[in-house]
Design a protein around this ligand. Sequence first.
Ligand code: SF4
Length: 235
Amino acid sequence: MKTKGNDVSDSVTVRLLEIYERLFAHYGDRRWWPADTAEEVIIGAILVQNVAWKNVERAITQLRAKGWLTLAALREAAAGDIEECIVSTLYYRMKARKLKAFAAMVHEEFGGDANLLLALPADDLRARLLGVWGVGPETADDMVLYAARQPSFVVDAYTRRIFFRLGVTRENATYDELRDFFMRHLPVDVGLYNQYHALIDALGHALCLSRRPRCGECPLRSLCPSCAAQPVGGE
Ligand code: SF4
């Protein structure tokens, strides 16, 4: 198996894959992203900016009830009405504007067919997404990976914290440096990227907390130089 720039015998690759295997053994298939359509992924990727997924679930339920879980419907809907549905995502005025801006771009440049946008080659797609107002690198990578099902590793605050604590990456690495690091050392595999990001989020949400991480329950504790737990027998 080959990665983008290295054979899997690369020691960093071996380490990243061991972390992945331990997380997968602990958490199993995360079945991420929870959405029925690619457009629903796009909408969710904007709504989840700076909030937890549970905030988004309520908004998705409200949008679904109105029949507004498509970009065409959001383009037609009044911003104020969208805001009422997505209050739970906190930055709802800004996010309603972002949703409408994205829907307008798809309408104007792709005749309203998001599949034409998502069919662009991964690098072109990512560059195009980053040109849309309100879409930053994490949101763009969410869309490339989970809506277009093309390879792009998603980096978030959990990724940054966990891999710094594991001694794998630098604390002040930029988004692009972290993304490039994972894509250079992991096999180019959409399924792996999909599952790995979801597993990182599961660990960051439940155990590798910003303050007082629950290292005693962590499947990575024997690999982690930052582990705050007492050694477990035999490890
Ligand atoms: S052992 Fe502790 S610090 Fe290390 S990854 Fe697990 S929870 Fe985070």
